[in-house]
Write a protein that binds this ligand. Structure first.
Ligand code: ZN
Ligand code: ZN
Length: 266
């Protein structure tokens, strides 16, 4: 099993800084934003930055990496917002390809499931992805409003008969009303676990069914040992686990200690 945090690329080293941090924390996977997640502005990669990133990644045993798409992206929207969303996601996919990152995760958005699916497929096309490109994953959500992806069966329909996969977020599933046991059963039945390569391991500030997308540190939210059982589930031992929990020296220390103690209990 591989595990890591969502890391920042804001430092001097940019993209490569995230790898350096992963190494110093002893992580075996990582997730990043390839650009500001709350702006449409994109930034191009410098040639030296790409080389630096790729060689560092290789030195670290090619630890698996995820790009999380911008929060502004809404693939289920109409008109200009849809166009902008597709373009932004295509940019992340192209960057993942260039940097040698394995996965890109996006929320399906609010509105029409048909457009969400078409948008995801169009972004792949625009990025010119071949067979060996990064795997585009749709993430389940906490729900509320017209947000797609709170029901795992909807997510299954979105990715059915397509090259798309699924990223499973524990906090979102809990906030959408699932126990993790139920959610895993449904994922296995409707999506197939081989199409769920990445799991976001987050505790939840809100109660089960609260629809609150607010991540908590392990064992400091409402989910308790449900997370441990998921982490140790024999069906998930080849998955990449990413913590999107609050960051800081105390938090990092706490979350890694809990995670590693759970893994030792195996
Ligand atoms: Zn997400
Ligand atoms: Zn997530």
């Amino acid at each position: 099993m591989k595990y890591g945090f969502h890391l920042s690329i804001a430092g001097k080293l940019g993209m490569a800084g995230a790898l350096e941090e992963a190494q110093s924390l002893g992580l075996s996977a990582l997730q990043i934003f390839a650009k500001s997640p709350r702006s449409w502005k994109t930034r191009s990669l410098r040639p030296g930055e790409v080389e630096g990133f790729r060689s560092r990644k290789e030195n670290l045993g090619n630890l698996p990496g995820v790009i999380h798409a911008s929060y502004l992206v809404n693939l289920a929207a109409e008109g200009e917002l849809w166009e902008k969303s597709v373009f932004s996601l295509a940019d992340d996919l192209a960057k993942a390809q260039t940097l040698g990152l394995e996965y890109v995760v996006v929320h399906p958005g609010s509105g029409s499931p048909k457009r969400a699916r078409a948008g995801a497929l169009r972004a792949r096309e625009l990025a010119g992805l071949g067979r060996n490109g990064p795997w585009l994953l749709l993430e389940n959500t906490a729900g509320g409003g017209e947000k797609l992806g709170a029901r795992l069966s909807t997510l299954a329909e979105l990715v059915e008969d397509s090259p798309l996969g699924v990223c499973f977020d524990t906090c979102h599933a809990f906030a959408a009303g699932y126990t993790l046991g139920e959610a895993l059963e449904e994922l296995e039945r409707s999506v197939g676990l081989e199409r769920v390569p990445v799991i976001h391991l987050n505790d939840s500030v809100g109660q089960r069914g609260s629809q609150l997308d607010h991540h908590a540190n392990l064992l400091e939210g409402q989910m308790g040992e449900e997370l441990k059982n998921l982490l140790l589930d024999p069906r998930l031992q080849d998955k990449v686990f990413i913590l999107e929990t609050p960051r800081g020296p105390r938090e990092d220390n706490h979350n890694l200690r809990v995670l590693r103690s759970w893994l030792e209990a195996k």
